[in-house]
Design a protein around this ligand. Structure first.
Ligand SMILES: NC(=O)c1ccc[n+]([C@@H]2O[C@H](COP(=O)([O-])OP(=O)(O)OC[C@H]3O[C@@H](n4cnc5c(N)ncnc54)[C@H](OP(=O)(O)O)[C@@H]3O)[C@@H](O)[C@H]2O)c1
Length: 314
């Protein structure tokens, strides 16, 4: 899709004139608060301008602190970065949406968001407990709110100028289509797991036809080994073109027209992951032909974050 060899600068237009999303995104799912700050700072210094956050990650304050300091030190304007955060499952009731949004904004130290996502299509029992369970450990879902109810509350945030675009995460075609069809403000972005073992071609085609940005998480398969970083097709291409396996995987994601989220933790990895360039066409086709299929996250079926235990490969 990109004729330019400088994939690092690729930015994808959002529907409704809501600006452009830099294709290379830095994800902030980092459990350690100090590491959140150093990794976010390093990503900004390496050139990342797209930052993905979530109230569920419980580190919006640290991300905000790193961004404020980094913008000031690098003389970078707020408008030059793209910041997303996400509404958690326990805040799906419409009356909880604006307070959750405002709390995220306050923790991030920002006065608007570029993108607000519904983190998963599953509503949990409303309240401050992010992981409500019954005495047997079963998740307590909330069956008195629909995804469309929550979506309408997000539309109001756009109406009030609090965020530029809205979207959904961890969603499949079956849930996306009815929202797309009923929405007054159409989803601008969906964020889903995708990599060569989970290309999600049908979902990607639907997004392309309807002007929805497809934002891939786990482009490196969460860095798991064995896994994508050690796949023989990927390592052979990397050796042939003088790039690292991570750079090959990230370039493939951008070349197929998706944006991506990756989470380098060190400055060296941030520089490596930002330094991608166009792949030869035959390399793209070789990756497209990989037959292994593997979903790493069960969140799409339960709303509960976490990896599928090993053995989930199909
Ligand atoms: N919507 C959702 O439900 C959902 C779920 C999961 C993730 N996400 C988002 O997606 C973001 C991306 O996370 P991810 O785990 O999916 O990303 P990923 O890029 O697939 O994997 C990150 C892992 O890859 C390793 N890595 C990073 N750069 C590397 C490089 N250049 N070479 C080799 N290994 C490298 C890191 O290892 P080190 O730790 O050793 O640096 C890290 O463990 C998250 O931060 C979050 O924002 C969203």
């Amino acid at each position: 899709m990109n004729a330019s060899s400088d994939l690092r600068m690729t930015a994808i237009p959002l529907s409704h004139g809501a600006g452009r999303m830099p294709a290379l995104g830095f994800g902030t799912l980092i459990s350690d608060p100090t590491l959140t700050i150093t990794a976010t700072t390093a990503a900004l210094e390496a050139g990342f301008r797209h930052f993905d956050c979530a109230e569920r990650y419980r580190n919006e304050r640290e991300v905000g602190q790193a961004l404020q300091a980094g913008l000031a030190a690098g003389n970078i304007a707020r408008e030059d970065i793209f910041v997303t955060t996400k509404l958690w499952n326990s805040n799906h009731r419409p009356e909880r949406v604006e307070p959750a949004f405002t709390a995220s904004l306050e923790r991030l130290g920002l006065n608007y968001l570029d993108l607000y996502l519904i983190h998963t299509p599953f509503a949990f029992r409303p309240g401050d407990d992010q992981d409500p369970r019954d005495p047997n450990g079963n998740v307590l879902y909330d069956h008195d709110v629909t995804l469309l109810d929550t979506w309408k509350a997000l539309e109001t945030l756009v109406d009030h100028g609090k965020c530029r675009a809205i979207g959904l995460s961890d969603i499949g075609l079956n849930e996306l289509k009815p929202i797309y069809e009923s929405a007054r403000i159409k989803p601008a972005v969906i964020q889903v797991e995708s990599h060569p073992y989970l290309p999600e071609t049908e979902l990607l085609d639907y997004c392309k036809r309807n002007g929805i940005v497809f934002l891939a998480f786990a482009p490196l398969g969460h860095g798991m080994r064995p896994g994508l970083l050690e796949d023989s097709v990927i390592t052979a291409i990397a050796a042939r073109i003088g790039k690292t396996p991570a750079q090959v995987l990230l370039a493939w994601a951008v070349e197929r027209g998706t944006a991506l989220l990756t989470t380098p933790k060190s400055a060296a990895r941030a520089r490596e992951s930002f330094d991608i360039s166009a792949l030869p066409q035959d390399a793209v086709e070789e990756i497209d032909r990989i037959q292994t299929r593997q979903r790493l996250n069960a969140v799409v079926t339960t709303g509960v974050p976490g990896f599928i235990p090993s053995g989930g490969r199909t």
